[in-house]
Design a protein around this ligand. Structure first.
Ligand code: MV4
Length: 502
């Protein structure tokens, strides 16, 4: 039985994993870089080890250091979280060699899904629908011209070693084919040291809908339904929800079966996600598989009632899946927003700095997966996501209302965040009506652009000015009765009628 887990990650996901460990009676081991001495995951763990300087290439990404700490601390398993080493086939293999349990899939599954051309071939064999296009690498540019004429324009040229929007090119005109294929190839070579590209028919204005799967090491696999992730900017997800407003019970059941088949085709183990693009007529196509726990996993947990991290650990321990497909169902509606330390008024530039004050929303149906605290200085070396706010309610409209409450009760000063932007998303008619695709942010950019936010200094000055004005008026109307009984103007100021805002 797994007794101690090393979490090879930082931030909110390290804490998220440790929470399940704590509930299961499993000890947790943190690793941290010099920039993370004051980070909460270090304090949350039972033990913590410094593994190197701030740059992740010298700390969180160094397999040797992670394995050394695992051995030194006597951890019997490693959880990689997301990002960093989470989809690194070498870590999976090295763990196996060292007799440490990797909480994730085999290197075979990671490599097969990581190479997008191999993944497409594997999916075709498993009868999972893929976007019409090529399943062999384009060697010759002349071949590309020929197949693109067969598929029909527009098309996407994608790097086999890419994914998540990296190394993609849209081609609309015949005269651009040769230059686009050549550009895609050289870009892929420079970014991934692999110039293999493939071609897909372009699906206009698609929805991004993904399915959560869990597979054990005994040949069992289930899906935990979908997540709608179409609210994205520059391939970064901003809002996720489940169920998808687009979905019907029939299509959901069919896509779920294909998602499980996709995972089974690579003998998957653990938690994984099958990404589909879906057009307005609900035609769906496999896009890629993420062989890790994802950022947005909590909305599935809220609606399906399963602790995905706990299930990952049980599967890695060799347990059989504890539920059958028929025993799983969706209840209510969940929405997640990602809060970034970035300035929506300044082209969403990262805005790291010290959190001066933080008050998190609480109450029915609110879950806040974060790692920041009042006085914490967000390091500039890592992802600018500071927390994820997740709400659950009985139905979609109530979930949106709950998210509006949560966002307005989220008080934070010191750094600029995407919260004002997220509030606008929750008011946008296309979102409220559930009628949106991956073009939502671009299509709604005029109404989503946030109002100018006051700086902390401007807010302080406004408060002081209002106070002085208030005190002057009070002194004129009713001066203090005596020196021995001074009036507390700050208290009176704070309790003025009609200005108390929570
Ligand atoms: C596409 C597509 C349209 N047609 N492939 C972007 C991320 C990467 N995983 C694949 N992506 C796309 N592939 C074909 N054949 C449109 C996108 C796409 C997209 C997909 C999911 C979520 C947001 C997106 C934003 C722009 C483009």
């Amino acid at each position: 039985m797994i007794k101690k887990i090393l979490i090879a990650n930082r931030g909110e996901i390290a804490i998220r994993v440790m929470r399940s460990c704590r509930e299961m009676g499993i000890k947790s081991v943190a690793v941290y870089s010099e920039a993370d001495r004051d980070s909460l995951h270090v304090r949350y763990a039972d033990e913590a080890y410094l593994i190197g300087p701030a740059p992740s290439a010298e700390s969180y990404l160094v397999i040797d250091k992670i394995l050394q700490v695992a051995k030194q601390s006597g951890a019997d398993a490693i959880h990689p979280g997301y990002g960093f080493l989470s989809e690194n086939a070498e870590l999976s293999d090295r763990c196996k060699k060292e007799g440490i349990i990797f909480i994730g899939p085999s290197s075979y599954a990671i490599n097969t899904m990581g190479d997008k051309i191999t993944a497409r071939q594997t999916m075709q064999k498993a009868d999972v629908p893929v976007v019409p296009g090529t399943t062999e690498p384009i060697i010759d540019v002349e071949d590309a011209v020929k197949v693109i004429k067969e598929i029909g324009l527009p098309v996407m040229i994608k790097a086999s070693a890419g994914g998540g929007g990296k190394g993609m090119r849209l081609v609309r005109n015949e005269e651009d084919i040769v230059s686009s294929v050549n550009a895609a190839k050289s870009e892929a070579k420079a970014s991934f040291a692999n110039d293999a590209v493939y071609i897909e028919k372009y699906i206009d204005s698609p929805h991004h809908i993904e399915f959560q799967v869990l597979c054990d090491n005994h040949g069992n696999g289930v899906h935990l339904f979908e997540r709608e992730c179409s609210v994205q900017r520059r391939h970064q997800k901003v809002v996720e929800e489940t169920p998808s407003p687009l979905m019907t019970p029939e299509v959901r059941a069919e896509m779920g079966k294909h998602a499980v088949a996709a995972a089974m085709a690579v003998n998957y183990s653990g938690a994984g996600t099958i990404e589909f693009i879906v057009d307005d007529d609900l035609n769906y196509y496999f896009l890629e598989m993420n062989t890790r726990l994802q950022v947005e996993h909590p909305i599935t947990e809220e609606v399906v009632g399963v602790d995905l991290v706990a299930e990952q650990i049980r599967i890695a321990n060799g347990d059989k899946l504890r539920f059958k497909q028929e025993e799983l169902s969706q209840k209510g509606h969940a929405i997640e927003v990602r809060v970034y330390a970035e300035d929506p008024e300044n082209n969403f530039m990262p805005n790291p700095g010290k959190i001066k004050y933080l008050s998190e929303p609480l109450g029915p149906g609110i879950r806040h997966d974060g790692y920041i605290y009042s006085g914490y200085e967000i390091p500039m070396h890592y992802d600018p996501m500071i927390s994820k706010m997740i709400v659950w309610a009985d139905n979609r409209q109530d979930a949106i209302k709950r998210m509006r409450r949560a966002l307005s009760a989220y008080k934070l000063s010191g750094v600029k965040t995407s919260i004002p932007f997220l509030k606008k998303v929750m008011e946008a008619p296309d979102f409220v009506n559930g009628k949106y695709s991956t073009h939502f942010i671009e299509k709604n950019k005029d109404i989503l652009h946030p109002d100018t936010q006051a700086t902390d200094e401007e807010n302080d000055l406004a408060a002081i000015t209002a106070f002085l004005d208030f005190m002057n008026q009070q002194e004129k109307a009713a001066p203090p009765v005596s020196e021995s009984e001074p009036r507390n103007y700050w208290k009176e100021f704070g309790r003025r009628k009609g200005v108390l805002r929570l």
